[in-house]
Design a protein around this ligand. Structure first.
Ligand SMILES: C[S@@+](CC[C@H](N)C(=O)[O-])C[C@H]1O[C@@H](n2cnc3c(N)ncnc32)[C@H](O)[C@@H]1O
Length: 438
C-alpha cells in the first residue's frame, strides 16, 4: 500500500493530500504535529465517521478530574509491572500523553505512538510520536508496528457510537499485536452518561460485557481494580489473542494452604523453601506465584511427589470432561452458565506434570468446597456441579471412577462475579492412587 493511502486509512487525509513523505512519519511527533492542522484533520475525521462536533474534540483536562487523577499512579504502576522492558506501544486515546510519557520515564517503553482525536500533547519528546485521527476511521493494518497496545478508557466511548465497530477495533488490535491493555466504563458506575446507557443496552453486567467484548482473547489477566466515579470501579486487563508457551519464569513466592472448607478459614501462608517444611503441606499441594518473561503473573497449584503424577492426571481428566460440558452448555440456548469457568489445567513445567493455573486475583477471593454448595450457589449452579459429580470417567492409567467419590469440587467466586471450578482430590482418592504404587 502506498504511504499516502496508508495515511488516508489512518484518517490523516490532510497529511496525505499535502503529500507527506514516508520518512516524516517516523521522524518524531513534531513533524506530524507541526505539519497537521488539527482543526482541519478533526473536521475531516468527523465527516468520515459521522461524529458530532463535540465527539471530534479530544477530552481536555482529563487528568484534572479528581476521579482520573487519584488512580493515575496506580494504573501506571500496574502497567509498568506488566509491560516487557524496552517495548514499543501504541497508545490509542492517549489524551495529553501522560501515561505513555510516564512509562518512557520509567524506562519501560522505548517508544510510544499516541493516537487521539486532537493534538493536546503535554509531553513532547522524541520517543513519543503523536498521530491525530479517529480510531473508528482507521484501518488497523495501517497502524504503526508495536509490541502491544494501550486502549485505556476509550472503548466505552466507541461502543456508544457503534458496538460493532468497537468490537472490530478490539478484535483487529488483538489479532495484530501481541497484547492489549484495556480498561473501560463499568456497570458499577451509576451516573447517567451516554456510554453508560449504551453498555446497559447491550449487556446486563460487567462479566457479561467482558465475556462478549473479549471473546477473541484466549488469555485475560486482571491487573488492577480501581475506584471510578460514584463508588463504582473499573478493571485494568491485559489481553492476549494467542497464549504463549510458558517456558521462562521465576517463582515470586510459594504458599501452602490452611486446611478448612469455610471461606474464612481458608488462607495461603507464604513459605520459604518447600524442602525445609517439617511435614508435607495440607493436601500435599503448594501454590506458587510465578512471573513469566512477558511479565505476566500466574498462580500455579503443584502436587508434591510422590502423589503428583497420578493425582494430577486425574484432575486433568476431570477438567477435560467439565470443560467440554461447560462449553456445550454455554453454546446452548439456556446460557445459564456463562459466568462459570474452570481453572486451566496445563502440562507445566514439563509434559509429565499437570498443574492448575489461575488468574492472578483468584486466590484472593473467597474459595469454598463443593460440600458447602448450598450456602453459596443457586439452583442452577448446584445442578451443574451435581451433574459433574455423578459422572463416570475413565482416566489415564486408572480404573473408571465416579468423580463424587474421588474429589471435592472447589468453587471460587471472584470479585468480578465469575465463578471458577477447581477439583480437590480427597484422601480416599489418594489412597486409591497409592495402592497403585504411585
Ligand atoms: C477518558 S480519556 C482516557 C485517556 C487515557 N487513555 C487514560 O486512560 O488515562 C479518553 C481519550 O480517548 C480519546 N478518544 C475518544 N474517542 C476517540 C476516538 N474515536 N479516536 C481516538 N481517540 C478517541 C479522547 O479524546 C480522550 O483523550
Amino acid at each position: 500500500m502506498k504511504f499516502s493511502e496508508r495515511l488516508r486509512d489512518l484518517g490523516l487525509k490532510i497529511l496525505a493530500r499535502k503529500g507527506f513523505k514516508k520518512g516524516a512519519f517516523s521522524k518524531g511527533a513534531t513533524n506530524i504535529r507541526q505539519s497537521a492542522s488539527s482543526t482541519d484533520v478533526s473536521k475531516e475525521i468527523g465527516k468520515t465517521v459521522g461524529g458530532s462536533p463535540s465527539a471530534r474534540k479530544a477530552q481536555r483536562g482529563y487528568y484534572h478530574l479528581a476521579s482520573a487523577a487519584k488512580v493515575l499512579e496506580g494504573r501506571i504502576d500496574a502497567l509498568a509491572c506488566s509491560i516487557p522492558t524496552g517495548s514499543t506501544i501504541l497508545d490509542i486515546g492517549c489524551n495529553d500523553g501522560t501515561i505513555s510519557s510516564a512509562l518512557i520515564d520509567r524506562g519501560v517503553l522505548k517508544k510510544a505512538y499516541g493516537i487521539d482525536l486532537e493534538n493536546i500533547i503535554a509531553h513532547e519528546r522524541p520517543e513519543f510520536e503523536f498521530i491525530e485521527g479517529d480510531i473508528r476511521a482507521m484501518d488497523i493494518a495501517s497502524l504503526p508496528d508495536a509490541d502491544g497496545v494501550l486502549l485505556l478508557n476509550v472503548l466505552h466511548h466507541l461502543i456508544r457510537s457503534s458496538r460493532k465497530r468497537a468490537q472490530e477495533i478490539l478484535d483487529g488490535l488483538l489479532q495484530r499485536y501481541k497484547f492489549v491493555f484495556i480498561d473501560l466504563g463499568s456497570f458499577s458506575e451509576e451516573e447517567d452518561r451516554g456510554w453508560r446507557r449504551a453498555i446497559g443496552r447491550h449487556w446486563n453486567s460487567d462479566a457479561e460485557m467482558w465475556d462478549s467484548l473479549f471473546q477473541k482473547a484466549a488469555w485475560r489477566f486482571k491487573l488492577l481494580r480501581y475506584p471510578a466515579q460514584d463508588g463504582g470501579h473499573r478493571v485494568l486487563w491485559k489481553l492476549y489473542h494467542t497464549p504463549y508457551e510458558l517456558r521462562e519464569f521465576s517463582v515470586v513466592q510459594s504458599f501452602v494452604k490452611t486446611p478448612g472448607s469455610w471461606p474464612g478459614d481458608k488462607a495461603l501462608l507464604p513459605i520459604g523453601d518447600v524442602n525445609e517444611l517439617s511435614k508435607p503441606p495440607a493436601g500435599r499441594v503448594i501454590f506458587e506465584k510465578i512471573i513469566s518473561a512477558q511479565r505476566d503473573i500466574f498462580w500455579v497449584k503443584r502436587y508434591l511427589p510422590p502423589l503428583r503424577p497420578g493425582v494430577a492426571s486425574m484432575e486433568y481428566e476431570i477438567w477435560r470432561a467439565v470443560k467440554k460440558n461447560l462449553e456445550e452448555r454455554k453454546l446452548s440456548s439456556e446460557k445459564k452458565f456463562v459466568h462459570l469457568a474452570v481453572s486451566e489445567l496445563v502440562e507445566f513445567p514439563d509434559p509429565r506434570v499437570v498443574c492448575a493455573i489461575y488468574e492472578p486475583d483468584i486466590l484472593a477471593s473467597a474459595a469454598v468446597h463443593f460440600q458447602d454448595w448450598i450456602k453459596f450457589f443457586d439452583a442452577s449452579d448446584a445442578y451443574l456441579l451435581g451433574a459433574f459429580a455423578a459422572r463416570t470417567l475413565s482416566m489415564r492409567d486408572l480404573r473408571r471412577v465416579k468423580i463424587i467419590h474421588i474429589c471435592d469440587f472447589q468453587a471460587v467466586s471472584a470479585w468480578d462475579g465469575i465463578k471458577l471450578i477447581d477439583f480437590e482430590p480427597n484422601f480416599w482418592a489418594r489412597r486409591f492412587l497409592l495402592d497403585k504404587g504411585e
